[in-house]
Write a protein that binds this ligand. Structure first.
Ligand code: UDP
Ligand code: MG
Length: 342
């Protein structure tokens, strides 16, 4: 049973007629220091799509400035398998930018961003294609279980979704990552997005389209280690929240107002007290408390302002999201070209 993502604008009415099988499928695979994992990935995909009659496969790796031998490994794999294309970025731009680069270059009728570490099981793609043929434009994969993640990651991820969805205009469905199948029209829409700070989960949710979900249990990494530590994830959460909500900015109006009201109350109380009892102790403690409390609040407020100002500043530079050094085309690239591009 598929479920539509709650809280998202889904057009009413019946789905359009069932689509024919896709002629081509692009897997967009961002890689950063994954020399070991790429072999496992290519082998699994080759096994999975070995049967004749399926869509033409394009494995589009985006080398996100790896500092190990990932690029060499990819190029040697490409000599054996012409379905591999490699986009080499000029440095490490981060996963979001690498995905954007991949979506720009992808040629398939349907496009699937997928992690190289096989934590996004490629076996799910068959099911996704079926849903796409049913008429859905986006088929997202939702983790039914996050057992492979640490306790801390699970708990903080839960907080992130709760807070984000409370204060943002859009709802990001919980436990849905970048792993999803997208119709060509969705990819084109995504490429139209002008912002240079790209929080993919938010952009996906913002776009809408007819969306279906398939569930899976997230397995452990096949090789190597996670590229996201706690600090990176914290920044990622900040990025996500400030990209889609101005509540953190507005909240300071209310905090400021409440503190001001309290201060007026306290001032009145002091005046009355002085009138009745006269001046007693100099009131050192209350002054220090008031000053430090207000100082702290003001610094926090300025920090939040800075967060948004910084974002506006970066956005206003209109710098490209990524820079491509070279695209290494596999021999199959020519066959795909022209067939699927609108
Ligand atoms: N990745 C990337 N650039 C980065 C960090 C990660 O392209 O700066 C890729 C990485 O190679 C992998 C995917 O993003 O294919 C997901 O990373 P990872 O498995 O480390 O994240 P986790 O599954 O732990 O959230
Ligand atoms: Mg992973």
């Amino acid at each position: 049973m598929n479920s539509l993502n709650a809280g998202q604008p889904v057009p009413a009415g019946p789905l359009p007629a069932r689509r024919a099988a896709p002629r081509s499928l692009t897997l967009v695979v961002p890689v950063f220091n994954e020399a070991e994992a790429v072999h496992h990935f290519v082998r699994r995909i080759s096994e999975l799509f070995a049967a004749p009659g399926g869509p033409a496969i394009e494995m589009l790796f985006v080398n996100d400035g790896s500092r190990d031998s990932t690029l060499e490994e990819l190029l040697s794999l490409q000599r054996l398998d012409p379905r591999i294309r490699v986009v080499d970025l000029s440095r490490n731009f981060g996963k979001e930018a690498a995905l954007s680069a991949g979506l720009d270059v992808a040629k398939g009728d349907v496009v699937v961003p997928i992690d190289v570490d096989l934590q996004d099981p490629p076996e799910l793609i068959g099911e996704m294609i079926e849903k796409w043929r049913d008429g859905y434009d986006v088929v997202a994969a939702r983790r039914a279980s996050r057992k492979a993640d640490s306790w801390a990651k699970r708990v903080t991820a839960g907080w992130f979704y709760r807070i984000h969805n409370q204060i943002s205009d859009i709802d990001i469905p919980e436990n849905v990552g970048d792993f999803r199948l997208m119709d060509r029209s969705v990819v084109e829409a995504l490429r139209q997005m002008p912002e240079s700070r790209r929080f993919m989960k938010g952009l996906f949710a913002w776009m809408g389209f007819r969306t279906a979900t398939v569930e899976y249990a997230r397995p452990e990494r096949v090789a190597g280690t996670s590229k996201f530590n706690g600090w990176k994830l914290w920044n990622f959460a900040l990025e996500g929240t400030t990209s889609f909500s101005t509540v953190p900015l507005r909240i300071w109006t209310y905090i400021g107002g409440s503190v001001a009201l309290l201060s007026i109350g306290f001032a009145l109380y002091t005046v009355v007290k002085v009138l009745i009892f006269g001046i007693d102790v100099p009131g050192y403690a209350s002054i220090v408390v008031a000053i430090s409390l207000l100082g702290g609040l003001q610094l926090m407020g300025i920090g939040v302002l800075g967060e948004y100002l910084g974002r506006t500043y970066m956005e206003s530079k209109r710098r490209p999201v990524f820079l491509i050094r070279t695209i290494y085309e596999g021999a199959a690239a020519d066959a795909l070209q022209g067939e699927s591009r609108p």
